[in-house]
Write a protein that binds this ligand. Structure first.
Ligand code: ADP
Length: 466
């Protein structure tokens, strides 16, 4: 697996969770998996073993020497060390600004991953994830087409989020030593730019995304980000495989981050968690009996922050409370700060990335809100189910595939009134203690563990290998 993120070492979102958990689930099924990620500056090498010294990689006129480390994870995790490109604070940028050499960084990364396959880990399938590894299939099919090392090797490309297309200036073609013939609309060109995600979409042997609904949606102009045509042309090899949940990390029975454990058999700890999280967010203890809405999210246009802002006053009027944890685009951070400033006793926000606090929000809230514009799979709504926190979601992508009437509340139209109708229904349901409890317990009983998804991936690998 070639990925720019893998939990717990490097994470900005769901991609890291998937790459951190799927390999182990595949190993359980008997597959041999190694993962390759960049060695970002913040990844400690103390426990890692250096397994390859100064592998030269030529990108056009430039030469990079990378060192490869093997980290002791549950599966072989190779770290590509190239300090001049990856020894930085962020994964993709800082302060909301992308690094200007991301095209070089992730081109080099995929070339180094090919090096891992050549020298360190005999590879039959490259499973690439998102635009950051999108150049691997085109390199393999052009630059390395005649290379006996890679004879019969197949590629699977997984789209975790089509919104990030990896777009760069046409000059990147030369800088990354791509075959110039690739720069055409049927190849990697995207309306005058070079698109890395198209590398995966067009050149991989199979493509999948992380839920069945999103696999259909991305073939339409509404959700296709201009790539729906390219995706439709791969429809015969385009699959939807739902992500799983790592219940070792996300279970209220044994979660080290929450102040009291709880289970379907004994829910009493959930009230303790609610009291604690109210305190942590500086909301009044008297809110304990009112419905508490939780949000954990990257603050990006995709996640529907604008809809939440539009219903803030109605949430307050309805007697509900809201806590939000997130960071991201300054515009949405400000939007949440403004809501909290306007209703200081009712709405509270914590700007930042804090995994432990994310667990406490999941455990302490009654309702989990995810009004996404689009959602390839979404993990938080599945975590919520496990923590007895009833999801209110927009019926899109993976949210549509994982939440049903029995376990949550869905709305279809991307509008404040539609969201409010769903929130009011949740508020109404909350007032019936037995009805609510039944919904909570049905959610807690759902099983989205990795074993099913891993079996689907394993079957797809085998299909690719014939
Ligand atoms: P996406 O990948 O689009 O961000 P997902 O729901 O698939 O959305 O995954 C988000 C993951 O990142 C979850 O594990 C969630 O708990 C975590 N997460 C998002 N924002 C934060 C934050 N501010 N602090 C801690 N964890 C966060």
């Amino acid at each position: 697996m070639v990925s720019s993120e893998a939990a717990p070492l490097a994470k900005t979102g769901g991609l890291a969770d998937v790459v951190g958990a799927l390999p182990a689930a595949l190993q359980t099924l008997g597959d041999e998996v190694a993962v390759v990620i960049p060695r970002y500056g913040f990844i400690d090498l103390k426990t890692a073993r250096r397994v390859w010294d100064r592998l030269p990689i030529f990108l056009g006129p430039a030469r990079y020497d990378v060192t490869i480390y093997l980290a002791p994870e549950e599966f072989p995790l190779y770290l590509i060390d190239c300090p001049e490109l990856f020894d930085r604070k962020g994964l993709y940028g800082e302060g909301g600004v992308d690094y200007p050499d991301n095209h070089i960084r992730f081109a080099l990364f995929t070339r180094a991953a090919l090096g891992v396959a050549r020298f360190l880990f005999r590879t039959e399938i490259f499973h690439c994830h998102d635009w950051q590894s999108g150049l691997l299939p085109p390199y393999l099919r052009t630059t390395f087409a005649g290379d006996p090392t890679f004879l019969g090797v197949k590629t699977l490309f997984t789209i975790h989020n089509l919104g990030y297309r990896g777009l760069f200036l046409p000059s990147a073609v030369a800088q990354t030593a791509l075959d110039p013939a690739l720069y055409r609309p049927a190849g990697l060109e995207f309306y005058g730019q070079l698109s890395y995600i198209k590398g995966g979409i067009v050149f991989a042997d199979a493509v999948n995304t992380v839920s069945p609904t999103y696999a259909k949606e991305i073939q339409t102009p509404e959700y296709g980000f201009g790539l729906d045509g390219a995706l439709r042309s791969r429809a015969n090899v385009l699959y939807g495989i739902l992500n799983g949940v790592d219940y070792r990390e996300w279970s209220p029975e044994n979660d080290p981050f929450i102040p009291a454990k709880f289970s379907p058999q004994d829910l009493s700890g959930k009230r303790v968690c609610k009291a604690r999280v109210l305190e942590e967010f500086g909301l009044p203890a008297s809110a304990i009996s009112a419905p508490l809405i939780g949000v954990v999210s990257r603050f990006a246009v995709q996640k529907g922050a604008d809809l939440i802002a539009q219903v803030a006053s109605a949430i307050v009027d309805e007697g509900m409370y809201l806590i939000a944890l997130g960071e991201g685009e300054p515009e949405y951070e400000d939007l949440f700060r403004a809501m909290a400033a306007q209703y200081p006793d009712r709405i509270a926000v914590h700007i930042g990335f804090d995994n432990a606090l994310a667990h406490r929000v999941e455990a302490g809230a009654d309702i989990f809100l995810m009004p996404s514009q689009y959602e390839p799979c979404g993990l938080n709504q599945m975590y919520s189910l496990k923590y007895g926190t009833v999801p209110v979601v927009r019926a899109t992508g993976g949210l549509n595939d994982t939440i049903e009437e029995a376990t949550g509340f869905k709305f279809s139209e991307y509008s404040a009134p539609a969201l409010l109708t769903a929130l009011r229904a949740a508020r109404q349901a909350f007032s019936s203690e037995t009805g609510w409890r039944a919904k909570v317990l049905r959610g807690m009983g759902q099983d989205f563990s990795w074993s099913r998804s891993a079996a689907s991936y394993s079957a797809l690998y085998r299909q690719l290998l014939g």
